[in-house]
Ligand binder design. Sequence first.
Ligand code: MN3
Length: 210
Amino acid sequence: MSRHQLPKLPYASDALEPYIDAETMEIHHGKHHAAYVEKLNAALDRFPGLFDPSIEELMLNLPSVPEEIRTDVHNHGGGHANHSFFWPLLGKNKGGAPVGELKKAIDKSFGSFDNFKDQFRAVSLKHFGSGWAWLSLGRFGNLLVHCSPNQHNPLMLGLIPVVGLDVWEHAYYLKYRNRRADYVDAFWHVVDWERAESNYRNALRELDSQ
Ligand code: MN3
């Protein structure tokens, strides 16, 4: 049995400047993500056997989580899963364009990287309130752009995440204020496409094994 831990940021908090500022990173990771981990652990303390499954297994099997803590595991477990997925997807001197199998799949599914970005941007802007925008692998091996409310994770929806963007105001408000569109445009400068490619390959393997 092990309690969930806040993962270390894989870079300095100012590494993503000027696209994502250090203060936002420090509060987002050190306060928001830390609080999700703390509240997830507090919920699981009531059913310590549930410390055994990984956070992904919990997300995949939410209906098996006892009713008394399901909402907390959904919200805070989802927050932990989403942010743990998000940090390593970003990096210093990243950006550019998709590579490898993911590049081929994006071109095939959306026509071009630019079309994909347009769709992703539209979904991010249209989403009302807190949530995430995603590129996920669907059950038919297809890629799709979609959003999820609050801290819902694609795994809860039967999808496997490949790229995700936090569009909660806490992710951008200090620097971008109400300008979510500018934040979404800045995101492309910090996406690590090698990481996204590895997410995609893992997702394909996962789908194969189901
Ligand atoms: Mn967040």
